[in-house]
Design a protein around this ligand. Sequence first.
Ligand code: PHE
Length: 488
Amino acid sequence: MAEKAVLGFLEKEEEIPDSGQFATERGIDHDDIVNVIKSLRGFGFVDAQDIKREKWVLTEEGRTYAAAGSPEVQFFLAIPAEGIPPVELQRNLDPSIFKIGRSQAVKNQWVEMGKQRVSRKVPHVEDRVKDLLIGVQDGEVINPEDVDALKRRKLITPQIWKGYSIRKGANYAPERKKVATDLTRDYLQRGDWKELEFKEYNFSAKGQPVEGGHLHPLLKVRQQLQMIFLQMGFEEMPTNNFAESSFWNFDALFQPQQHPARDSHDTFFLQVPSTTKMLPEDYVERVKSVHESGGYGSRGYGYDWKREDANKNVLRTHTTAVSSRMLYLLAQKPFAPKRYYSIDRVFRNEAVDRTHLAEFHQIEGLVCDRGLTLGDLKGVLSDFFSRLGMSKLRFKPAYNPYTEPSMEIFGYHEGLKKWVEIGNSGMFRPEMLLPMGLPEDVRVIAWGLSLERPTMILYHIDNIRDLFGHKVDLSLIKKNPICRLGIE
Ligand code: PHE
């Protein structure tokens, strides 16, 4: 209807000077006219010039007065002919109506504000403010002083009105024919295609965005790391158990039972099932005795090792729990060297801040062979990290209950132009390996790092909550670039 009106009018007349007026005269919604004009203009049926006008609209307060009357008149009408004590009047009126109404009514000299009594000074008043507001609402033109007064009382506010003046365009026709967009089977069978007008291809239109699955940055980086491990001949360890017994998470790793990391401050304990049912009993005995009194050239810790503590189930605090299970399994067979890796989730009962969450992912690698040395560890680490794009490494002595020696790994970050801590490493202690039953000359070199840290650096994310958890912006996952490690 709007389209017909516009094209029909231009058939006889030069111009529609004002789309607003045009719409009102015909009882058509102005938005409909605007949409039609935009489309007709796109196809060259019409030329349109923008018109902008400032128009006044009522504020929320203005609308309430237009309906219920101005506060001053409400105030005036609440005063009976014989007057009223101020407190009583105040009780009868809404606080803001009382306050505003009083000051306006006094200004208009409609009322007398005595201490004991408020009384009318005039017999009757007219509500000009209400009338003006209704006028504005109906689009009437009101004089500038009145506009000013209403504006000062914040009863009206300016709004930019946008419309068009319209003339015939280069492709003007009194009617727009619907053009066909597809050559369908029906058109072909009926033969209508011969008469039909087809819509032209719009080669500059943007295509539909291709929607599909999107990998989270952590998964992209994980995939790259997996490739690196596989290229280096590592096998993946099965990490599909978030719940683990304290035994495999701590005891098998020669971590004493009083160690602070085993405290509930750092570790999540499971309530159901709270304890493990199955542990290899003969190995448990050897672990107990190495903790209590040592052996294999060690003095042990000299404390009373408790089976109940080892039985407690926890959410694994590191993937080294999986490494300990794998090494134990390896020790049950004739020895063969192995390279193992894993990348999976671990849990720590930590205060959450911009770089820490209570769960994160660990990357872990280990090499198990006869006669390995610290030099081998440094060699494997430099191979591994150079594939990540970090070829300058430094090591700092550190302490882990299960490795000796232990080294923190620092890498020089070329982008950030500084040394950043990138991981932890070491050689597993004999107190851990020998009770498992591994041959005496077998050494295991291992290292671990978080997956979040390199991901945040690569994707320039400085708050971990923007990377992981319920606050993550899903569009980040759709838009982030692919990950390629080690490519300069
Ligand atoms: N498990 C250690 C950690 O949680 C990492 C590590 C793995 C250290 C292997 C040494 C050897 O930080």
